[in-house]
Ligand binder design. Structure first.
Ligand SMILES: CC1=C(CCC(=O)O)c2cc3nc(cc4[nH]c(cc5[nH]c(cc1n2)c(C)c5CCC(=O)O)c(CCC(=O)O)c4C)C(CCC(=O)O)=C3C
Ligand SMILES: [Fe+2]
Length: 382
């Protein structure tokens, strides 16, 4: 019999995500939440609103998080891990503040947080920590006793995140017509971010200059290499690959990471590449950035070029990902109890830090961020 897993000091897990609209009336208020004070051009907002209206005003992201919640609860129950799982979002109901209030009222004092963003970056890491700080400030103003919240480490290189994506790329290669499969390229995609934000992503010693992309780009390149190697091992073919970007936002004069997936497809086509697998390694589920930017826009671009493409699956609610979350939680719990747990990680970079140090993924305008070394609002002690 295996030993009972020990989640202590944690008494609950919070799944922290982006949130998305659930009907046409939600779209504009959702976009206002996302872009509050961020200087996104009106034109871009109108355009993105259209992406959502094309899908009936419903983002797939909330349904996907509900599935992930189910998968987590099932995995925990099957492995004797007695820990309640809650869900809260940055931009739509259930809102983080409401969920955190419910957790405190339910008596939770020490909360592990899993963000649905696997990599370092302001948007994917610090902004979630700022959201936690804001939520805690609200609860404090309401006179509630604040819990301690700890954000689980980046899991981009955890095998439970990477292996389902290897299977996804293999399945996409199998989908391509026989005569073009061997020559197919893999385009690993992620969300474009401003090069200035990419250069300052990760710990200060990981920051770069001149658009090299800091930890954000290094982490994606590491995952892409691991997947490409695993695919070569499985198929015997070394499919050429490149990391490219999608979902660019912001003003045109500000440099963002490039090339864009659509431009990349055009370049490959010009070079005579016969087929492409688009692998959205930057995303945890097939939400709107995948459904619109890849499955709609980039796929239309490929059709126009006469270039066969297939888009590989994100991890979503894969049971291996749910198991990875359990592993990350138990690993961190053990570390908080003073043990030295084994830390699963593939690739060259090794397991990411538990606690974001000062200067990790800085904001343009500094604001309080919880669950990092620069958080002073946290109660001390276990
Ligand atoms: C790095 C990153 C991730 C991956 C990490 C993570 O998953 O967190 C991500 C995820 C997502 N981004 C999403 C949606 C949007 N992102 C926007 C805007 C922006 N994203 C940015 C970055 C990222 N975004 C940035 C630098 C901006 C510019 C404005 C700003 O600095 O804030 C906008 C505004 C309109 C626009 O400009 O596109 C929308 C609507 C959805 C929900 C999809 C759905 O509804 O299914 C998800 C999961
Ligand atoms: Fe985004």
């Amino acid at each position: 019999m295996s030993e009972q897993p020990v989640p202590a000091p944690y008494d609950a897990l919070l799944l922290l995500s982006f949130g998305g609209p659930e009907g046409p009336d939600d779209v504009v208020p959702f976009l206002e939440n996302v872009t509050r004070g961020r200087g996104i051009p009106r034109e871009r907002l109108k355009e993105v609103g259209q992406h959502y209206f094309l899908f009936g005003g419903v983002s797939p992201i909330n349904a996907q998080n509900r599935e992930l919640l189910d998968a987590l609860r099932k995995d925990f129950a099957e492995h004797g891990l007695d820990l309640p799982v809650y869900w809260g979002n940055r931009n739509w109901a259930p809102y983080l503040t409401d969920t955190l209030r419910e957790m405190v009222r339910d008596g939770h004092r020490r909360i592990a947080v899993l963000a649905t963003s696997a990599y370092a970056s302001y948007s994917g890491c610090r902004q979630y920590r700022e959201n936690l700080a804001d939520a805690l400030a609200t609860l404090e103003a309401e006179g509630l006793e604040l819990p301690q919240v700890d954000k689980l480490r980046h899991y981009f290189n955890h095998p439970g995140f990477v292996r389902p994506m290897v299977d996804g790329v293999l399945a996409s290669l199998a989908e391509l017509p026989d005569d073009v499969r061997a020559g197919a390229h893999i385009a690993f995609t992620t969300h474009s971010i401003p090069t200035a934000a990419a250069d300052t992503s990760g710990r200060p010693e990981e920051h770069t200059e001149g658009g090299e992309g800091g930890a954000y780009v290094a982490q994606h390149l590491d995952v892409a290499q691991v997947i490409a190697d695993a695919v070569r091992e499985e198929t015997g073919t070394a499919h050429p690959w490149r990391l490219v970007y999608q979902s660019r936002s912001g003003a045109p004069h500000i440099p963002w990471l490039e090339p864009d997936i659509c431009d990349h497809l055009e370049t490959l086509h010009t070079q005579g590449v016969p087929a492409v697998v688009m692998a959205p390694i930057g995303f945890v589920s097939d939400h709107m950035e995948v459904k619109y930017d890849l499955d709609t826009e980039a796929t239309a671009k490929a059709a126009e070029l006469g270039l066969p493409v297939a888009r590989s699956a994100t991890v979503g609610a894969d049971p291996r990902f749910a198991a990875a979350v359990r592993d990350l939680l138990l690993e961190r719990a053990a570390a908080e109890r003073g043990r030295s747990p084994e830390r699963c990680a593939l690739g060259a970079l090794g397991a990411s830090h538990d606690l974001c140090p000062v200067g990790c993924c800085p904001a343009r305008a500094p604001r309080p961020a919880a669950a990092g070394a620069d958080w002073s609002g946290a109660p001390t002690g276990v």
